[in-house]
Structures are given as structure tokens and as C-alpha cells.
Design a binder for this molecule. Sequence first.
Ligand code: SAM
Length: 245
Amino acid sequence: MFDPEGPRLRELVVQALSSVERGYDLLAPKFDHTPFRTPDSVLEATASALRRAGPFGTGLDLCCGTGAGVDVLRQVCEAGVTGVDFSAGMLEVARERTGPTGVSASSGPPVGWVRADARALPFGPAFDLVVSFGAFGHFLPRELPGLFAQVHSVLRPGGRFVFPVVAPPRPGSLMYGMLLGFDTVMRLRNVVWRPPFVMYYRSLRFGEMRRELTGVGFRVGFWPLPEFGRRADGSPEVRLVVATV
Ligand SMILES: C[S@@+](CC[C@H](N)C(=O)[O-])C[C@H]1O[C@@H](n2cnc3c(N)ncnc32)[C@H](O)[C@@H]1O
């Protein structure tokens, strides 16, 4: 699961006993060698779908980590790209990847990094496109309306909030059992240990997400990502949720 440059089990345990912010600070130097970074296949398929809908002006990667989504935005945004995350450690690694001036060595729009909590974004309506990868498990269901309202508030009229969602594993499958086991361990950990580390894989359902997005004023649609195929019932394995202001 982890490559040799990734964290050791002991490091992961220490990180999981910290807060989310501190845990990512500790994990940051090795994060790109873990399966927690969004896989390139998902990033490339998302970039390809956005290229067909773009180009866009300014882009924001919400909970950017080491910048996986920023790399996607740089391919489809012409006027500038910002990554926002509350972990200083993750942002430091992200900055190292793009160079000290904030402008990547290769061609593309200027890139900036902002340390902030996604639940209190320090921006006005300055973006045409917001993306987010692999971060919603860090928010409790009751936090979603506030989080989505924040995203809505930083988008210009007609702006889009786009993120991939993987179809939930079938009950009884190995993956279902693994995610259920992970969530159960995290819930027990959060009962007996402070500070909490919120990371639940099974907390977010597509229907609920759609309802919450609509509730804060988005028009919600989705684009299947054909690269990942379809299930026996015809539904896409992976889709992009596309919420428009
Ligand atoms: C699993 S990592 C994903 C990073 C990156 N988007 C990717 O796909 O590789 C989750 C990221 O969300 C950030 N995060 C979690 N809760 C946050 C919050 N409330 N505000 C800002 N960032 C947050 C963490 O610091 C971490 O960098």
C-alpha cells in the first residue's frame, strides 16, 4: 500500500493521534508517497473533462494538500490558480514543488498558496472554478452546509465547484468491509482520545451531498468519467459533481 519512501506504521499512528491539522503537518514530507494523495488516474480524467468545458479564468483548489488539484487547475485556468489548506506543512511541500516565486518553472498561470480553514475562506467572489480532491471525509455531515456555502461565496456568478465522487462499494465486498472497519476504528479513537481526528470514508452519500449543495444555492449536475467505466446497473464508477452558481 505504501512505497518505501512512505511513512512507517509508527509515524502513521502518531499522526492519527494528533489533530487533523497537526497530523498533516507531520505527514507532509512523505504524503506524496502515500495512497492518501489523489491518484493520477483521477486527476488526469478530471483535467480532461475540465479541458472540454474550459478554459476557465481563476481557479481554487480547496484543501489542496501538496497541490494535486493545483496541477489540474494549471491545465485549465488562464488567469491564476490558488491552493488553500490549513496545514502549514502540506503547503510548504506544495510551495517547494512549484518554486519559491509561486510561479512554476514550466508554462502556465501564476500559482499562489494560502493557509486557511476551508470553513472560513478568506476570499471574496474571486474564482471561476473551485475543485477539491479527497478531503470531504475530514468534515462531519453537519459541517457540509457551511463548507458548501463558503465555496458558493468565493465563486463568481456562473462559477463552478467540481469534485470527483467514487461510487460506494457494494455491501459485502472487501472494500466495503475495509472502509467500514477504518471508520469504526476512527469513531472509537475519537470517543477515547483528544484532539479528534475526523476522517470517515463512509460519511458522505451522493444524494445528501446533492441536497446540501442545492440548499446553499448551487445548481447540481454530474459528468461521468468514462475512463473508469460503469457498474452493472449502468451508473458510473466515478463521476464529477458539477455545482454551478
Ligand atoms: C487527504 S488530503 C488531500 C490533499 C489533496 N487534495 C490531494 O488530493 O492529494 C486532505 C487535505 O485536506 C486538508 N484539510 C482538512 N481539513 C481542512 C480544513 N478544515 N481546512 C483546510 N484544509 C483542510 C488537510 O490539511 C489535507 O492537506
